[in-house]
Design a protein around this ligand. Structure first.
Ligand SMILES: Cc1cc2nc3c(=O)[nH]c(=O)nc-3n(C[C@H](O)[C@H](O)[C@H](O)COP(=O)(O)OP(=O)(O)OC[C@H]3O[C@@H](n4cnc5c(N)ncnc54)[C@H](O)[C@@H]3O)c2cc1C
Length: 279
Protein backbone atom coordinates (compact mmCIF):
# COMPACT_ATOMS: atom_id res chain seq x y z
CA UNK A 1 0.00 0.00 0.00
CA UNK A 2 2.78 2.43 0.82
CA UNK A 3 4.22 2.09 -2.65
CA UNK A 4 1.88 4.97 -3.50
CA UNK A 5 4.23 7.18 -1.53
CA UNK A 6 6.56 6.83 -4.46
CA UNK A 7 4.04 8.10 -7.00
CA UNK A 8 3.73 11.66 -8.24
CA UNK A 9 2.62 14.51 -6.07
CA UNK A 10 -0.67 14.93 -7.93
CA UNK A 11 -2.16 11.88 -6.24
CA UNK A 12 -1.79 13.15 -2.67
CA UNK A 13 0.36 10.18 -1.86
CA UNK A 14 0.27 10.20 1.94
CA UNK A 15 -3.47 10.81 2.22
CA UNK A 16 -4.26 8.11 -0.27
CA UNK A 17 -1.93 5.72 1.50
CA UNK A 18 -3.83 6.23 4.73
CA UNK A 19 -7.35 6.13 3.32
CA UNK A 20 -9.39 3.22 4.55
CA UNK A 21 -7.16 2.72 7.56
CA UNK A 22 -8.22 3.65 11.09
CA UNK A 23 -7.41 7.29 11.66
CA UNK A 24 -7.63 7.43 15.45
CA UNK A 25 -4.17 7.82 16.84
CA UNK A 26 -4.87 6.67 20.36
CA UNK A 27 -5.51 3.10 21.15
CA UNK A 28 -8.10 2.11 23.67
CA UNK A 29 -8.77 5.40 25.38
CA UNK A 30 -10.38 7.54 22.68
CA UNK A 31 -9.43 11.17 22.25
CA UNK A 32 -8.59 11.71 25.91
CA UNK A 33 -6.92 8.36 26.61
CA UNK A 34 -3.22 7.66 26.85
CA UNK A 35 -1.36 6.88 23.62
CA UNK A 36 -0.45 3.26 24.25
CA UNK A 37 -0.21 1.83 20.74
CA UNK A 38 -0.01 2.94 17.16
CA UNK A 39 -2.82 2.28 14.73
CA UNK A 40 -2.22 0.19 11.63
CA UNK A 41 -2.22 3.37 9.55
CA UNK A 42 0.37 5.00 11.79
CA UNK A 43 2.59 1.92 11.65
CA UNK A 44 2.38 1.88 7.87
CA UNK A 45 3.15 5.58 7.72
CA UNK A 46 6.14 5.09 10.04
CA UNK A 47 7.52 2.23 7.89
CA UNK A 48 7.03 4.24 4.74
CA UNK A 49 8.72 7.40 6.02
CA UNK A 50 11.51 5.30 7.55
CA UNK A 51 12.18 3.68 4.21
CA UNK A 52 12.04 7.09 2.46
CA UNK A 53 14.52 8.57 4.94
CA UNK A 54 16.85 5.60 4.60
CA UNK A 55 16.90 5.65 0.82
CA UNK A 56 16.65 9.37 0.03
CA UNK A 57 18.26 11.17 2.99
CA UNK A 58 20.79 8.80 4.58
CA UNK A 59 23.20 8.86 1.59
CA UNK A 60 23.59 12.64 2.02
CA UNK A 61 23.78 13.03 5.81
CA UNK A 62 27.54 13.37 6.12
CA UNK A 63 27.99 15.66 3.14
CA UNK A 64 25.10 17.88 4.26
CA UNK A 65 26.56 18.15 7.76
CA UNK A 66 29.96 19.09 6.36
CA UNK A 67 28.56 21.56 3.84
CA UNK A 68 25.98 23.03 6.26
CA UNK A 69 23.26 22.88 3.63
CA UNK A 70 20.64 20.61 2.11
CA UNK A 71 21.58 18.41 -0.82
CA UNK A 72 19.77 19.56 -3.98
CA UNK A 73 17.64 16.42 -4.13
CA UNK A 74 16.17 16.68 -0.62
CA UNK A 75 13.44 19.31 -1.06
CA UNK A 76 12.16 17.91 -4.39
CA UNK A 77 12.06 14.44 -2.82
CA UNK A 78 10.24 15.68 0.30
CA UNK A 79 7.64 17.48 -1.85
CA UNK A 80 7.31 14.56 -4.24
CA UNK A 81 6.54 12.19 -1.38
CA UNK A 82 3.98 14.47 0.23
CA UNK A 83 6.02 15.03 3.40
CA UNK A 84 5.91 18.82 3.18
CA UNK A 85 2.15 18.81 2.68
CA UNK A 86 1.47 16.81 5.82
CA UNK A 87 -0.42 19.62 7.62
CA UNK A 88 -2.24 20.96 4.54
CA UNK A 89 -5.87 19.99 3.85
CA UNK A 90 -6.44 17.60 0.96
CA UNK A 91 -8.70 20.23 -0.64
CA UNK A 92 -5.62 22.46 -0.96
CA UNK A 93 -3.37 19.74 -2.33
CA UNK A 94 -1.93 18.45 0.95
CA UNK A 95 -1.80 15.08 2.67
CA UNK A 96 -4.01 16.23 5.57
CA UNK A 97 -2.35 13.99 8.14
CA UNK A 98 -3.46 14.02 11.75
CA UNK A 99 -1.14 15.84 14.16
CA UNK A 100 0.13 12.51 15.51
CA UNK A 101 0.84 11.35 11.96
CA UNK A 102 2.70 14.60 11.24
CA UNK A 103 4.80 14.02 14.40
CA UNK A 104 5.57 10.47 13.22
CA UNK A 105 6.96 11.84 9.95
CA UNK A 106 9.17 14.29 11.87
CA UNK A 107 10.37 11.53 14.19
CA UNK A 108 11.27 9.19 11.35
CA UNK A 109 13.10 11.89 9.42
CA UNK A 110 14.97 12.84 12.61
CA UNK A 111 16.18 9.24 13.05
CA UNK A 112 18.28 9.83 9.95
CA UNK A 113 18.87 13.61 9.98
CA UNK A 114 17.41 16.00 12.59
CA UNK A 115 18.28 18.93 10.32
CA UNK A 116 15.94 17.63 7.61
CA UNK A 117 13.31 16.98 10.29
CA UNK A 118 13.68 20.62 11.39
CA UNK A 119 13.10 21.81 7.81
CA UNK A 120 9.88 19.81 7.66
CA UNK A 121 8.75 20.71 11.18
CA UNK A 122 9.03 24.48 10.65
CA UNK A 123 7.41 24.33 7.22
CA UNK A 124 4.55 22.01 8.19
CA UNK A 125 3.66 22.69 11.80
CA UNK A 126 4.48 26.41 11.94
CA UNK A 127 3.96 27.87 8.46
CA UNK A 128 1.36 25.57 6.88
CA UNK A 129 -0.68 25.35 10.07
CA UNK A 130 -0.66 29.14 10.46
CA UNK A 131 -1.85 29.71 6.88
CA UNK A 132 -4.43 26.89 7.07
CA UNK A 133 -5.79 28.11 10.40
CA UNK A 134 -5.64 31.89 9.97
CA UNK A 135 -5.62 32.47 6.21
CA UNK A 136 -8.53 33.95 4.28
CA UNK A 137 -10.03 31.78 1.54
CA UNK A 138 -7.95 33.75 -0.99
CA UNK A 139 -4.73 33.34 1.00
CA UNK A 140 -5.35 29.60 1.43
CA UNK A 141 -6.17 29.12 -2.24
CA UNK A 142 -3.06 31.08 -3.24
CA UNK A 143 -0.47 29.71 -0.81
CA UNK A 144 -1.42 26.24 0.43
CA UNK A 145 -1.22 24.43 -2.94
CA UNK A 146 2.28 25.77 -3.51
CA UNK A 147 3.34 25.02 0.08
CA UNK A 148 2.27 21.43 -0.66
CA UNK A 149 3.91 21.27 -4.07
CA UNK A 150 7.15 23.22 -4.31
CA UNK A 151 7.44 26.24 -2.00
CA UNK A 152 9.19 26.04 1.36
CA UNK A 153 7.96 28.17 4.27
CA UNK A 154 9.85 30.04 7.00
CA UNK A 155 8.60 31.51 10.28
CA UNK A 156 10.16 34.84 11.30
CA UNK A 157 9.41 35.59 14.95
CA UNK A 158 12.63 35.73 17.00
CA UNK A 159 14.94 38.72 17.19
CA UNK A 160 18.29 39.47 18.73
CA UNK A 161 16.75 40.63 22.01
CA UNK A 162 13.46 38.77 21.88
CA UNK A 163 13.77 34.99 21.82
CA UNK A 164 11.90 33.42 24.75
CA UNK A 165 10.15 36.76 25.23
CA UNK A 166 9.22 36.87 21.54
CA UNK A 167 6.44 39.40 21.93
CA UNK A 168 8.91 42.08 23.08
CA UNK A 169 9.93 42.31 19.42
CA UNK A 170 11.19 45.53 17.91
CA UNK A 171 10.08 44.85 14.34
CA UNK A 172 7.47 47.35 13.27
CA UNK A 173 4.76 47.60 10.62
CA UNK A 174 4.11 51.21 9.68
CA UNK A 175 0.99 52.29 7.86
CA UNK A 176 1.87 54.44 4.84
CA UNK A 177 -1.21 55.35 2.82
CA UNK A 178 -2.74 52.07 1.77
CA UNK A 179 0.40 49.95 2.25
CA UNK A 180 2.30 48.51 5.22
CA UNK A 181 6.05 49.05 5.48
CA UNK A 182 8.09 46.77 7.71
CA UNK A 183 11.23 47.59 9.67
CA UNK A 184 13.45 45.35 11.76
CA UNK A 185 15.64 42.29 11.67
CA UNK A 186 14.68 38.69 12.45
CA UNK A 187 17.15 36.12 13.78
CA UNK A 188 17.71 32.36 13.57
CA UNK A 189 15.14 31.88 10.81
CA UNK A 190 15.08 28.23 9.79
CA UNK A 191 14.61 27.64 6.03
CA UNK A 192 15.37 31.32 5.29
CA UNK A 193 17.81 30.45 2.52
CA UNK A 194 15.43 28.15 0.64
CA UNK A 195 12.04 29.68 1.51
CA UNK A 196 9.53 30.96 -1.03
CA UNK A 197 7.10 32.24 1.60
CA UNK A 198 7.66 33.72 5.04
CA UNK A 199 5.30 34.36 7.91
CA UNK A 200 6.75 37.53 9.45
CA UNK A 201 5.70 39.09 12.75
CA UNK A 202 5.91 42.84 13.38
CA UNK A 203 4.17 45.21 15.75
CA UNK A 204 1.70 47.53 14.00
CA UNK A 205 0.52 49.19 17.23
CA UNK A 206 3.38 49.18 19.78
CA UNK A 207 1.30 51.20 22.22
CA UNK A 208 -0.94 48.12 22.47
CA UNK A 209 2.10 45.97 23.40
CA UNK A 210 1.65 42.33 22.29
CA UNK A 211 -1.88 43.11 21.09
CA UNK A 212 -0.35 45.16 18.27
CA UNK A 213 1.67 42.26 16.87
CA UNK A 214 0.57 41.39 13.37
CA UNK A 215 1.49 38.47 11.09
CA UNK A 216 2.26 39.12 7.42
CA UNK A 217 2.75 36.81 4.44
CA UNK A 218 5.99 37.94 2.85
CA UNK A 219 7.82 37.07 -0.35
CA UNK A 220 11.43 36.41 0.80
CA UNK A 221 12.68 38.01 -2.42
CA UNK A 222 11.70 41.35 -0.86
CA UNK A 223 13.83 40.73 2.25
CA UNK A 224 17.60 40.60 2.70
CA UNK A 225 18.80 37.20 3.87
CA UNK A 226 21.80 37.80 6.12
CA UNK A 227 24.47 35.56 7.51
CA UNK A 228 23.83 31.86 8.01
CA UNK A 229 24.53 30.64 11.54
CA UNK A 230 27.19 27.96 11.89
CA UNK A 231 25.27 25.58 14.12
CA UNK A 232 26.72 22.75 16.19
CA UNK A 233 24.05 20.33 14.97
CA UNK A 234 21.12 20.02 12.57
CA UNK A 235 23.42 21.67 10.07
CA UNK A 236 21.51 20.65 6.94
CA UNK A 237 18.84 23.24 7.72
CA UNK A 238 19.61 26.90 7.12
CA UNK A 239 19.34 29.32 10.05
CA UNK A 240 19.76 32.96 9.00
CA UNK A 241 19.23 36.58 9.85
CA UNK A 242 16.46 38.19 7.80
CA UNK A 243 16.35 41.97 7.33
CA UNK A 244 12.72 42.92 6.74
CA UNK A 245 13.42 46.66 6.44
CA UNK A 246 11.61 48.26 3.49
CA UNK A 247 9.30 45.32 2.81
CA UNK A 248 6.05 46.78 1.43
CA UNK A 249 2.81 44.89 1.89
CA UNK A 250 -0.90 45.21 1.22
CA UNK A 251 -3.82 44.50 3.54
CA UNK A 252 -4.29 41.24 1.64
CA UNK A 253 -0.90 40.13 3.02
CA UNK A 254 -2.02 40.38 6.67
CA UNK A 255 -2.48 36.86 8.11
CA UNK A 256 -5.35 36.99 10.62
CA UNK A 257 -6.30 40.53 11.61
CA UNK A 258 -4.11 43.47 12.54
CA UNK A 259 -3.20 42.77 16.17
CA UNK A 260 -3.88 39.02 15.91
CA UNK A 261 -0.22 38.16 15.40
CA UNK A 262 0.46 36.92 18.92
CA UNK A 263 -2.47 34.51 18.60
CA UNK A 264 -1.25 33.35 15.18
CA UNK A 265 2.20 32.77 16.69
CA UNK A 266 0.93 30.98 19.80
CA UNK A 267 -1.37 28.69 17.81
CA UNK A 268 1.50 27.74 15.52
CA UNK A 269 4.01 27.34 18.35
CA UNK A 270 1.63 25.18 20.38
CA UNK A 271 1.86 22.63 17.55
CA UNK A 272 5.43 23.38 16.50
CA UNK A 273 6.87 22.97 19.99
CA UNK A 274 5.23 19.57 20.45
CA UNK A 275 6.46 18.50 17.03
CA UNK A 276 9.98 19.48 18.09
CA UNK A 277 10.00 16.71 20.67
CA UNK A 278 10.09 13.89 18.08
CA UNK A 279 13.30 15.28 16.62
C1 LIG B 1 18.19 25.56 15.58
C2 LIG B 1 17.31 26.73 15.85
C3 LIG B 1 16.32 27.07 14.94
C4 LIG B 1 15.49 28.17 15.17
N1 LIG B 1 14.54 28.48 14.23
C5 LIG B 1 13.77 29.58 14.42
C6 LIG B 1 12.79 29.96 13.44
O1 LIG B 1 12.62 29.30 12.41
N2 LIG B 1 12.08 31.10 13.67
C7 LIG B 1 12.23 31.85 14.78
O2 LIG B 1 11.53 32.85 14.92
N3 LIG B 1 13.14 31.52 15.73
C8 LIG B 1 13.91 30.41 15.58
N4 LIG B 1 14.84 30.07 16.54
C9 LIG B 1 15.01 30.91 17.70
C10 LIG B 1 14.40 30.31 18.94
O3 LIG B 1 13.02 30.44 18.89
C11 LIG B 1 15.04 31.04 20.13
O4 LIG B 1 16.37 30.59 20.20
C12 LIG B 1 14.31 30.76 21.40
O5 LIG B 1 13.07 31.42 21.39
C13 LIG B 1 15.13 31.17 22.62
O6 LIG B 1 15.53 32.50 22.49
P1 LIG B 1 17.05 32.92 22.76
O7 LIG B 1 17.94 32.02 21.93
O8 LIG B 1 17.14 34.39 22.54
O9 LIG B 1 17.31 32.57 24.26
P2 LIG B 1 16.93 33.45 25.54
O10 LIG B 1 15.51 33.89 25.43
O11 LIG B 1 17.96 34.50 25.72
O12 LIG B 1 17.04 32.38 26.67
C14 LIG B 1 18.34 31.93 27.13
C15 LIG B 1 18.11 31.02 28.32
O13 LIG B 1 17.44 31.72 29.38
C16 LIG B 1 16.25 31.04 29.74
N5 LIG B 1 15.22 32.02 30.06
C17 LIG B 1 14.74 32.99 29.25
N6 LIG B 1 13.81 33.72 29.87
C18 LIG B 1 13.70 33.23 31.12
C19 LIG B 1 12.88 33.55 32.24
N7 LIG B 1 12.01 34.56 32.22
N8 LIG B 1 13.02 32.80 33.36
C20 LIG B 1 13.90 31.79 33.41
N9 LIG B 1 14.70 31.42 32.37
C21 LIG B 1 14.59 32.13 31.24
C22 LIG B 1 15.86 30.19 28.55
O14 LIG B 1 15.12 29.05 28.93
C23 LIG B 1 17.23 29.80 28.01
O15 LIG B 1 17.75 28.69 28.68
C24 LIG B 1 15.66 28.95 16.34
C25 LIG B 1 16.66 28.61 17.26
C26 LIG B 1 17.45 27.52 17.02
C27 LIG B 1 18.52 27.17 18.05
Amino acid sequence: MYRVLRTSRQVLPLRRALSGLPSASLSGGGATGAATAWTEGEELLRDSVRSFAQSKIAPHVTSMDEAGRLHDSILPDLFEHGLLGSCIPAANGGAELSFTEACITVEELARIDPGVALVVDVHATLVCNAVAQWGTQEQKALHLPRLAADTLGAFCLSEDASGSDAFAMEARAHRDGDVWRLSGRKMWVTNAREAGLMVVFANAMPEMKHRGITAFLVDPANTQIGKTEKKLGMRASSCCEVDIGGVELRDADVLGGVGDGYRVAMDALNAGRIAMAPR
